[in-house]
Design a protein around this ligand. Structure first.
Ligand SMILES: Cc1ncc(COP(=O)(O)O)c(C=O)c1O
Length: 439
């Protein structure tokens, strides 16, 4: 026998208010992700039969981008060997040691193993860092556009201050833009290579920001004030193109090791978004607190996947072999789009584009906002969707209300043939709009 409980969940009018009253302010303050809202509406359009090219999702289609074989096979073997009990709250020693060695090999940074804590992807360790450092009302600085800083800030009651950016700086925060906001700030978040822009922070930009943080913290250390920390979210760090090279704060200023928390994962660099293995590398006293919180959150990575990740990180040749093909496919997609927009720009169409530097994203400007029929980014987004079957995300979904007209094109879910089918439609739509506006 089974009791149907659904009638208990149907809200009566007065009960609905009571339910709303029963939520915490944190729960009531949570906002639906605009990116997901757009992705769902695009999915509906596809389900209705439209041939939409999905540039909206920050995920990989495993058909084009499978995870490294060594990771898959090692995880499979671990599961077959009954590696199914609880992992330690800070992660298996095998994986923490492998991360430590991987960072030493890749960056020449020699961290103790006690600097590494593992989580089920980058999100839980990022959230835990916010939770462990920020009191309600304290200031968090993050550039706009940026990824998810608004949501993490809301969850811990932080006062998020968005730092405006410029395309000529690759949308990265500069020391000059940050300086006026330093007072009382507890956390600065930098993401490089960046979601949503596909750009990397330059060495000089990074050095200037590091000098600013060190100077501010030396002042605070002398005055006995709470420190300013840097989250350096580099989940895309192996995905860089051409002469663009990833750099980390402690490489340019070793003292930054005291203030830097790295977030990293297999999600992007190894195309394993669904495997849920990530980690933080940070000063040991911060890692110890994050571990304590993770003990209660239980956001641990599954044991077989931890062992699979350890096997991969311990094999630099396998990593290299994987990355060669992976980067080639990503770059081919990004370049195809880049070349097309660059050509349209040269022909005088109202577009701009930044050459791909890293990650899986391209920054494209469709310069129509303010022109007849285009009051905002949403109207431009809908034109691209309806006239060119091209689904993209405007930068305002990443908290950027300054760089109007810029959009993120994400290429992890599309094949070259999808882009080739979309380009003539984009060409036609852009020329038609241009002709209409220019009489
Ligand atoms: C910049 C950035 N950091 C972190 C994450 C989260 O990674 P994970 O899926 O490992 O939680 C993402 C995912 O989109 C991201 O773009």
């Amino acid at each position: 026998m089974s009791t149907d409980l659904s009638s208990y969940f149907e809200p009566k009018d007065e009960q609905q208010d009571l339910h709303a009253l029963s939520f915490s302010e944190t729960a009531l303050g949570m906002k639906a992700s605009k990116i997901l809202t757009i992705s769902y509406s695009v999915r509906e359009r596809i389900a209705a039969g439209a041939d939409v090219t999905q540039f909206t999702v920050g995920d990989f289609n495993p058909k084009y981008f499978p995870v490294p074989n060594l990771l898959k096979e090692s995880a499979r073997e671990a599961l077959a060997n009954d590696q199914t009990n609880y992992p330690p709250a800070d992660g298996l020693l095998e994986l923490r040691t492998a991360v430590r060695d991987h960072y030493e090999r890749s960056f020449g940074l020699n961290y103790p193993v006690s600097s590494v804590v593992v989580g089920s992807g980058a999100r839980p360790v990022l959230y835990a860092a916010y939770q462990c450092l920020i009191n309600e009302g304290e200031k968090v600085l993050a550039p706009a556009p940026g990824w998810n800083n608004d949501n993490f800030s809301q969850l811990v009651g932080a006062n998020l201050v968005s730092i405006p950016s410029r395309p000529e700086d690759g949308f990265m925060p500069t020391a000059d833009a940050l300086r006026p906001h330093l007072e009382g700030a507890r956390l600065l978040v930098i993401c490089s290579p960046m979601n949503p822009t596909g750009t990397l922070i330059r060495q000089q930009q990074l050095e200037d920001v590091c000098d600013l943080i060190i100077e501010e913290n030396e002042r605070r250390e002398a005055a006995g004030e709470r420190l300013l920390y840097l989250i350096y979210d580099h989940v895309y760090w192996m995905l860089t193109f051409g002469e663009h090279k990833h750099l980390t704060p402690p490489q340019v200023r070793p003292k930054m090791a005291r203030y830097t928390m790295f977030s990293d994962a297999v999600s992007k660099c190894f195309s394993g978004t669904g495997l849920r293995v990530g980690w933080m590398v940070a000063p040991p006293h911060i890692v110890a607190k994050v571990k304590a919180l993770m003990t209660h959150m239980g956001a641990w990575a599954p044991r077989p996947e931890q062992l699979g990740t350890a096997a991969l990180l311990n094999d630099p040749t396998a990593i290299q072999g994987f990355l060669e093909g992976f980067l080639e496919k990503l770059q081919a997609r990004l370049n195809l789009l880049y070349e097309a927009f660059n050509q349209w720009k040269g022909e005088g169409l109202p577009v701009d584009v930044i050459a791909p530097e890293g990650a899986m994203y391209l920054s494209v400007k469709i310069d129509l906002i303010g022109k007849e029929g285009f009051p905002d980014a949403e109207s431009v987004r809908l034109m691209l969707l309806e006239e060119a079957d091209c689904a993209v995300i405007p930068f305002d979904c990443f908290g950027d209300h300054v760089n109007l007209g810029w959009f993120r094109f994400s290429v992890g879910a599309v094949g070259l043939e999808d882009i080739e089918r979309c380009l003539p439609k984009l060409d036609k739509a852009l020329r038609a709009v241009h002709a209409r506006l220019n009489g």
